[in-house]
Design a binder for this molecule. Structure first.
Ligand code: AMP
Ligand code: ZN
Ligand code: ZN
Length: 353
């Protein structure tokens, strides 16, 4: 955690007043040197994990939140010369929540002169989150809200990355996201998901999957908030998604933030532990080939899958069945979901300058 400082500390790099303490260092940095440190780590992460190459077409997935907008700004700032950059905005269909964020995402793309496309769940799957989520609430056996929405989003990202002939799909996932996922996968004994984590996601390379990369993978969330404040990066920060009320991730976030506050550096330690572990557990070439050979093409949407139809198409089918079999079941209104939502621990997205 960093503290908003502190009349007496001086920047480690110059004699200016420090505005931020990065306690895992600890570094005391003035505004100028914090911004330089932040941007240099972004580029370093890209080099360290070989995330990008010159002349690639990059599709940045932009939600309108702080992480993806910082990513978009920095990709534009440092990689525009040698790469083609486009943005993908997904409209999940959450009235009163997504439209505000989408507007900010669009405005930023226009300001940065980045071509963008908005793709909606409604057009792609025939239903919005506002239609799907009440059905999940009535019948939790169908699956968790965030798992549903996330899987649908990843399906769109991959299909549109292929359609736009992108070499890389870039997301704004940060250090906190990655560490929460690690701990969640351990607690759920989900070894398959654990193996797929990393600055580049996925286990195997296959023409059906566009590589997803995370340049903010080693950047703590709180520093992204500070960077937005110092660089005046406008982003959507009002509330968390009204449908994340069941998300276990909120509890992991709370637990890990508590640890990070008491024992600074915990998040980095967990990330390094995973990185040390991974080489011992990833499948070898033979096993990877086996996995590749298992892949077929979804008869419905054309995405890679091990079965006849892919997970997303299966989920959409379940939703359609549920809609048909329980037309009269009414879920609690959005308003009551929003009320519940107020109790959630979202990522803190405000930072005082
Ligand atoms: P989240 O799972 O909401 O933390 O999002 C992680 C990353 O996925 C974001 O930083 C974006 O890059 C991407 N993303 C999430 N939601 C959207 C969306 N609606 N449209 C485009 N990209 C998104
Ligand atoms: Zn300084
Ligand atoms: Zn499919």
């Amino acid at each position: 955690m960093f503290h908003y400082l502190n009349l007496f500390m001086k920047c480690d790099k110059c004699s200016q007043k420090a505005v931020i303490t990065l306690e895992y260092g600890p570094h005391f940095l003035c505004k100028k040197h914090f911004v330089a440190f932040f941007e240099s780590r972004f580029k370093k992460t890209i080099r360290k994990y070989s995330l990008l190459r010159a002349k690639e077409k990059l599709l940045v997935a932009v939600s309108g939140g702080k992480d993806s907008l910082v990513t978009l700004n920095l990709i534009k700032k440092f990689y525009d010369k040698n790469n083609i950059i486009e943005a993908l905005i997904i409209d999940e269909g959450v009235e009163g929540y997504r439209n505000k964020a989408i507007n900010i995402a669009k405005q930023t793309c226009k300001k940065l002169d980045i071509p963008f496309e908005v793709v909606s769940f409604k057009k792609e799957f025939g239903c919005t989150n506002d239609e799907i989520m009440p059905l999940l609430k009535n019948n939790p056996k169908l699956g968790g809200t965030c798992a549903f929405c996330g899987t649908m989003r990843r399906n769109i990202m991959n299909r549109y990355a292929k359609k736009n002939k992108a070499d890389k799909l870039i997301t704004g996932h940060n250090l906190d996201d990655e560490v929460q996922s690690f701990v969640m996968n351990v607690f759920n004994n989900d070894f398959d998901k654990l193996l797929r984590m990393g600055a580049t996601s996925g286990i195997i390379e296959h023409e059906g999957f566009v590589k997803r990369i995370k340049p903010l993978y080693e950047t703590p969330e709180k520093e992204i908030i500070a960077y937005c404040a110092y660089k005046n990066i406008k982003h959507y920060s009002q509330e968390c998604c009204p449908y994340s009320w069941t998300a276990k991730r909120n509890e992991y976030r709370e637990m890990l933030n508590k640890f990070e506050n008491r024992f600074p550096g915990t998040m980095f330690s967990i990330l390094r532990f995973y990185q040390n572990l991974k080489p011992f557990v990833v499948p070898n070439e033979k096993e990877k080939n086996k996995l590749k050979n298992k892949l077929k093409v979804c008869v419905n949407c054309g995405e890679p899958t091990e079965k006849e139809i892919c997970k997303v198409c299966e989920m959409i089918q379940k939703i359609k069945n549920e809609k048909n079999t329980s037309p009269n079941k009414k879920s609690k209104s959005n308003r009551s979901q929003k009320k519940k939502n107020k109790k959630l621990t979202c990522a803190v997205t405000k930072y005082q300058k």
